[in-house]
Design a protein around this ligand. Structure first.
Ligand SMILES: Cc1ncc(COP(=O)(O)O)c(C=O)c1O
Length: 476
């Protein structure tokens, strides 16, 4: 117990809130690891939160799992040995069937930006739903136009034309189509370790074997990943960029359709690109007749803290930007933004999407943009994220297993290794700790090819107190 208190103090520093100690002193170690029970009100370690979840009377985890197994595809996977039945959410917290509260540090896979069931977003969706849910773009409706205008106002340069779709995969499909039509070329370049979707075309851009089926992918080049931690060239952006040039020179006709990259790889384990990489590569790609696509599905809307868009951290302006997830705070919504010149190639045929920009999603999406501005979430991500990163780096000093701490804002990765020199992925250790954290009421994501990177990408309302509790839990 004394050791735990010591570790807790080390993790939180002197500025830890008093209630943490108060709660902590009341607990025994076995108490901390107790799993859900029906009388549970709130796990003792979490910060106080004025919200009472409703009593849940629906089907329980085992029944839901059984039904899923019977009626849903076998490719579905779930987190945790005993999967969680999450039935309610409020801001940065989730509640299971027993009313047990969890700190959500993964935001429905980096999707809940404003917070679970944010009242303003809920209100916008509800009010629009009462009036009109759907009519398609064959008629006029102000919601889609208002949302497009607001989104365009967030973009730099001449990125002013918006297409709405329903998901990140669809956005990347459309971006790839645009790149090919505009350039007149077929070849696409993406980074190894990238995730751009699981649809039959985007699966080709994705470069992680765990997510790929053996299907024809067309001409796709997967270049060496400019990963400062694991990459063969460390931080040397020039050497990584040369590999792009080599693929064009030796693997293509000399002309390509486009290049796509996440600025911080999400599914791949929160991997930042070597500084200066995109600038060099964008030049190379444009010289080869291609367009540059930024996949902002995870990095957009201020999550990285220092900038609204991830690509801005590399000082570039893409030709096409794709987005999804955080844009809708949970609504099925995606978008592609490009220049009028590139957009004009799609005017050759009808480009139609039944649900893209539907009034309910547009009203919700517009409100998401407003809430993020009103609540100054970008600055908040910067503040809380820097604090979290700093503390995680301090924690790393005393824990050999933490090989790398990386990221920006509230897009953080903690890579566990069994050997810091060899960087051997600590797969089993990560799994054990992952389960333990869940018992403590903390839900994280896992990423990287070996699943040994913890992904901390909470709703953007996540606080320093939440960060403190997460840090304390690591050391329990
Ligand atoms: C960077 C990135 N691009 C694209 C996608 C695909 O998005 P969706 O699952 O909405 O199709 C994802 C999903 O995780 C993603 O992380």
């Amino acid at each position: 117990m004394a050791l735990q208190r010591q570790l807790l103090k080390k993790a939180l520093g002197e500025a830890h809130p008093r209630w943490v100690h108060r709660h902590f002193q009341k607990l025994s170690f076995s108490g901390l690891s107790s799993s859900s029970s029906s009388s549970y009100e709130a796990p003792p370690l979490l910060p106080p939160f004025e919200y009472q979840p409703r009593t849940y009377n629906g089907p329980l985890a085992d029944q839901v799992l059984q039904k899923r197994k019977t009626f849903l595809g076998p490719s579905l996977f779930h987190y945790y040995q005993k999967p969680l039945n999450i039935v309610e959410g409020k801001m940065q917290y989730l509640f299971d069937e027993n009313g047990k509260r969890y700190l959500d540090a993964f935001a429905g896979i980096v999707t809940v930006s404003c917070g679970h069931c944010h009242p303003d977003v809920l209100n916008a969706i509800t009010e629009q739903s009462k009036l009109l849910q759907h009519a398609t773009t064959i008629y006029l409706h102000h919601a889609i136009a208002d949302f497009a205008e607001a989104l365009a106002s967030k973009m730099p340069g001449n990125l002013k034309v918006v297409y709405f779709v329903n998901s990140g995969s669809e956005a990347n499909e459309l971006a790839m189509l645009m790149a090919r039509l505009y350039s007149g070329n077929l070849g696409m370049i993406s980074l190894r370790n990238a995730y751009h979707g699981g649809s039959s075309s985007t699966i080709g851009l994705t470069a992680l074997r765990t997510w790929k089926y053996p299907i024809p992918e067309g001409e796709i080049h997967h270049v060496v990943n400019p990963d400062p931690y694991r990459g063969v060239f460390g931080y040397d952006a020039k050497l990584y960029a040369k590999d792009v040039q080599d693929h064009i020179d030796y693997g293509s006709s000399g002309n390509i359709a486009g290049f796509i990259a996440e600025t911080i790889q999400g599914v791949g384990g929160t991997v930042e690109l070597a500084p200066g990489y995109l600038k060099l590569v964008y030049d190379i790609v444009r010289k080869a007749g291609g367009v540059c696509i930024a996949d902002e599905v995870q990095t957009g809307f201020g999550r990285t803290g220092s900038h609204y868009w991830g690509f801005e951290t590399q000082g570039v302006i893409p030709d096409i930007v794709t987005m999804a997830k955080g844009i809708g705070n949970g609504l099925p919504l995606g978008a592609v933004v490009t220049t009028p010149e590139i957009a004009s190639v799609l005017a050759q045929k009808i480009q139609f999407n039944t649900f893209g920009g539907n009034p309910v999603c547009s009203a919700g999406g517009l409100e998401v943009l407003r809430v993020l501005d009103k609540e100054k979430r970008q600055a908040h991500c910067n503040d809380v994220g820097s604090h979290l990163l700093e503390r995680l780096r301090a924690l790393q000093q005393g824990h050999e297993i933490i090989g790398d701490v990386r990221g920006r804002g509230l897009m953080v990765g903690v890579e566990l290794v069994t050997d810091r020199k060899e960087k051997t992925p600590a797969k089993e250790e990560a799994s054990v700790l992952f389960e333990k954290l869940r018992e403590l009421g903390i839900l994280l994501g896992k990423g990287g090819l070996h699943g040994n990177v913890f992904r901390i990408k909470p709703p953007m309302c996540f606080t320093k107190d939440d960060a403190g509790i997460l840090l304390a839990a690591y050391t329990v």
